[in-house]
Design a protein around this ligand. Structure first.
Ligand code: GLA
Length: 397
């Protein structure tokens, strides 16, 4: 073989190996949100009318003092309506009545509590509440956020142009944020409308995979309401797309907002943890019942959400309204949620084979809502589950 031919065959061989080698993990490489972000967002409770500097400060105070910060909650996120206009240079202007001290002072305050501040914008001309969007101002806005000390940006998808590419628009903001040199979590919010799980891995740290959450157990409405059950079903097939730094986002929590029972809110929180979803409380943190606090502060369940392996769980068994959901954990264990959608209490069983374990394998079982280690089990685990309720356990062979 001539030297040239030998050379060519070596190149072909190398190229062949490169093709065979596993693809690098897909995911935005900005170092942020290696585990799902935890914090609070103003929208679900305060919406446009109720947002203010006072509410944001009070929420930061609450997180810092009520145990949430110690449990891992750190982002205090302002949603829509903090902004009113742009000045003659095109700089975005905060509402001077609702945010009289300005955003820089607010960020300093939130940082002084050991927490981080998030902000909201939109990839179109206007936000969903009609405030100025970032279209055409991406670099200017990103730099402004960084100057203020912002740590988290959510970008919505209202008032976009017909045919506007979501991937290109969000990539533009990703690059604008990266150019500031400040580590900023980037949250894509196009409601799953352009299947972001297929393209957003290298673009955002999280992407909304579903429409706006409604504070109800089952709200199948003519306009496609997203109650808890609807979101569970939409999240189930998306599990392979999530991983460290890039998460499916089934929307902010409704726990404590009053539309569901305590049992239903436990299902909500358990399943968000099983999904490796962002845990962004969406209630009034200054006025919480002990039941709501106990849900948001359940460290056993939070540990499932924050498992460093970052695998999203999914449904492994369904018999009518009785379901078994499982998430693989970094220690070889499983988080298992037995979910009862029916109107009466029922016994639900998790079979080891559905969890990917041989039936003969003995395993330790911990009940994550009772905070109790149970007896060792082999082959299966069964429990009586309340109507519209959950039993969640951690299984460790
Ligand atoms: C959209 C988003 C919500 C919220 C509102 C604000 O509906 O999906 O999460 O940010 O806009 O107007």
């Amino acid at each position: 073989m001539s030297r040239m031919l030998k050379c060519l065959s070596m190149i072909c061989l190398a190229a062949g190996f490169a093709l065979l080698a596993p693809a690098p993990a897909r995911g935005l490489d900005n170092g942020a949100a290696r585990t799902p972000p935890m914090g609070w967002n103003s929208w679900n409770k305060f919406a446009c009318k109720g947002i203010s500097e006072a509410v944001i400060r009070a929420s930061a105070d609450a997180i810092a003092s009520n145990g949430m910060k110690d449990a891992g909650y750190q982002y205090v996120n302002m949603d829509d309506c903090w902004q009113v206009s742009r000045d003659s240079s095109g700089n975005i202007v905060a509402d001077p009545e609702k945010f009289p001290s300005g955003i820089k002072a607010l960020a300093d305050y939130v940082h002084s509590k050991g927490l981080k501040l998030g902000i909201y914008t939109d990839a179109g001309t206007k936000t969903c509440a009609g405030r100025p969007g970032s279209m055409g101002h991406e670099y200017q806005d990103a730099q402004q956020y960084a100057n203020w000390g912002i740590d988290y940006v959510k970008e919505d998808w209202c008032s976009t142009l017909p045919g506007q590419s979501s991937e290109a628009s969000y990539t533009l903001m990703r690059d604008a944020l990266a150019a500031t040199g400040r580590p900023i979590v980037f949250s894509i919010c196009e409601w799953g409308s352009t299947k972001p799980w297929l393209w957003a891995g290298p673009v955002g740290n999280l992407w909304r995979s579903t429409g706006d959450i409604q504070d109800c157990w089952d709200c199948k409405k003519s306009w496609g309401g997203n109650g808890l059950l609807q979101i569970l079903d939409q999240m189930d097939p998306l599990y392979s797309y999530a991983g460290p730094g890039h998460w499916n986002d089934p929307d902010m929590l409704e726990v404590g907002n009053g539309g569901m029972t305590t049992d239903e809110y436990r299902v909500h929180f358990s399943l968000w943890a099983l999904f490796s979803a962002p845990l962004l409380a969406g209630n009034d943190l200054q006025h919480m019942t002990p039941e709501v606090r106990d849900i948001l502060l359940n460290k056993d369940v939070i540990a499932i959400d924050q498992d460093p392996m970052g695998i999203q769980g999914h449904r492994v068994h369904k018999a009518g309204d009785l379901e078994v959901w499982s998430k693989q954990l970094g220690d070889g264990g499983r988080a298992v949620a037995l979910v009862n959608r029916s109107a009466t209490p029922a016994t639900i069983s998790a079979d080891w084979r559905d969890l990917g374990y041989p039936p003969s394998l003995p395993a330790a079982v911990r009940d994550l809502w009772a905070h109790k280690d149970l007896a060792q089990h082999t082959g299966s685990f069964s429990a009586e589950v309340p109507s519209h309720g959950v039993v969640m356990v951690r299984i460790k062979p």
